[in-house]
Design a protein around this ligand. Structure first.
Ligand code: ATP
Ligand code: MG
Length: 406
């Protein structure tokens, strides 16, 4: 049973000021409240405001049912098949409004209408509408389960999230083993939040991750792709990389690269990977994000180049070998990540293009300079030169050519 007596921190005792909540979110909160409904800000928004960070978005929960929400807003659409959410549209933002829901515990009998068949045939449970405390405890981590109540601007804490926020620990709500079994992606989320917020993962959860890391293979690989992008672009990708490796998750998610990095020949692969992650963090800080193609080419460049070398020894042309190595690996179904085909193709073209840097003159070089993938290919070339010390002269020549003609 979820706790019913929350800790309530009234407005005079916390630091969230309405000025830091977006005007659109405030509009939605006030309209729900004025219509007599509970209206809470929830999730990452509350957590980030309390940490004095800028929230990515503001999610709202209410006891109004989706249809009641829809009636309150002209600019509103209901989305989601299994669980209906309301999207309220504003000029340049969308505010998501969810109705409080409960997570049926794995061992509770579910009514037939709350069971459904997933695409993979597994029978899963639906969410059902719930109360505020039920909605709090179905969330993943205590610091993600705080509510900001617009009615009196208090903070409502059913799960000890405020204390954990203070202590900077990421604590799973409930038994970590049970919660990771329900949704293995929570292990990845734990690593993302701990890294991005600079929190410690509570010991029991950390042990559970190490024990259960193999179950990450059960998560949808499409969803895992999205999660990997969130990890890469969370601003602390280097820390994420360390934690994924420490937890043993990296080897499960990317088995070929993981195994290779443990061999003598792949020993340098890890240093390359960390330099790439570090570079992504630098870009993120500067407000620039690499395209997905470039990201994947960079992270696994050492491995792709090593595979390509074997292919060249078997008689492949270097350019084709590089493209093939990247494509084969990024599309490898043994990875727990489904890289979209066009991204794998983009990364593979960018790798193939590396061979074109050898020719600095003539028609082909000119055509290369105008090619769509030239800029990303050059970023890779520059990065690889920095890591390995090779091609320094060529790099300077190309940088000069681009300054002149680019
Ligand atoms: P971010 O700043 O990255 O958006 P967030 O905490 O808002 O972080 P979201 O993925 O946007 O994370 O999810 C919003 C909220 O929904 C979370 O704070 C959490 O309370 C809940 N949530 C999301 N995913 C899960 C999950 N897999 N299991 C349980 N609760 C979840
Ligand atoms: Mg969010």
């Amino acid at each position: 049973m979820p706790p019913v007596n929350p800790v309530i921190i009234d407005r005079s005792r916390h630091t969230i000021s309405r000025r830091r909540i977006s005007s659109e979110a405030l509009t939605v909160l006030h309209r729900l409240h004025d219509a007599g409904f509970l209206a809470y800000l929830a999730g990452g928004g509350v957590r980030d405001l309390l940490l004095n960070r800028t929230p990515k978005d503001f999610d709202i929960v209410t006891d109004a049912h989706p249809n009641q929400v829809k009636r309150l807003f002209r600019n509103c659409r209901l989305v989601g098949r299994r669980f209906r959410l309301a999207h309220v549209f504003f000029h340049n933002t969308i505010i998501e409004v969810a109705t409080f829901r409960a997570n049926l515990p794995a061992d509770a009998p579910a009514a037939p209408e709350h069971l459904f068949q997933q695409r993979d045939g597994v029978i899963a449970r639906d969410n059902v509408f719930g109360t505020p405390p039920e909605d709090a405890v179905r969330r993943d981590f205590t610091v993600n389960a705080l509510f900001y109540n617009i009615a009196d601007r208090s903070i409502i804490d059913y799960v000890g999230g405020l204390e954990d926020l203070d202590k900077r620990v990421l604590r799973v709500i409930g038994d970590p083993r049970v919660r990771f079994r329900e949704d293995p992606v929570r292990m990845i989320r734990a690593i993302r939040f701990a890294s991005a917020l600079d929190f410690a993962i509570e010991l029991e959860a950390w042990q559970a991750i190490q024990e259960m890391r193999d179950t990450i293979t059960l998560a949808s690989h499409e969803r895992m792709y999205e999660e990997m992008l969130k990890l890469a672009f969370c601003g602390r990708a280097e820390t994420v990389g360390e934690k994924l490796i420490q937890a043993g998750l990296f080897d499960v998610i990317f088995p070929a690269v993981g195994a290779w990095m443990k061999t003598l020949e792949g020993a340098g692969g890890q240093a390359w990977l960390f330099k790439a992650l570090h570079q992504v963090d630098i870009w993120k800080k500067a407000g620039m994000l690499p395209d997905d193609e470039l990201l994947w080419a960079l992270l696994f460049g050492a491995y792709h180049e090593w595979v390509a070398e074997r292919l060249v020894k078997d008689g492949w042309h270097p350019s084709r070998a590089l493209g093939e190595a990247a494509h084969q690996h990024l599309m490898n179904p043994a990875n727990c990540v489904r890289v979209p085909k066009r991204i794998a193709i983009g990364a593979s073209q960018l790798m193939s293009a590396q061979a074109s840097f050898e020719r600095v003159q003539g028609k082909r070089a000119e055509r290369f300079l105008r090619h769509r993938s030239f800029n990303d290919a050059l970023v890779y070339f520059k990065f690889a030169s920095g890591v390995t010390g090779r091609n320094k002269e060529l790099l300077h020549t190309w940088l000069a050519i681009r300054r002149r003609d680019g």
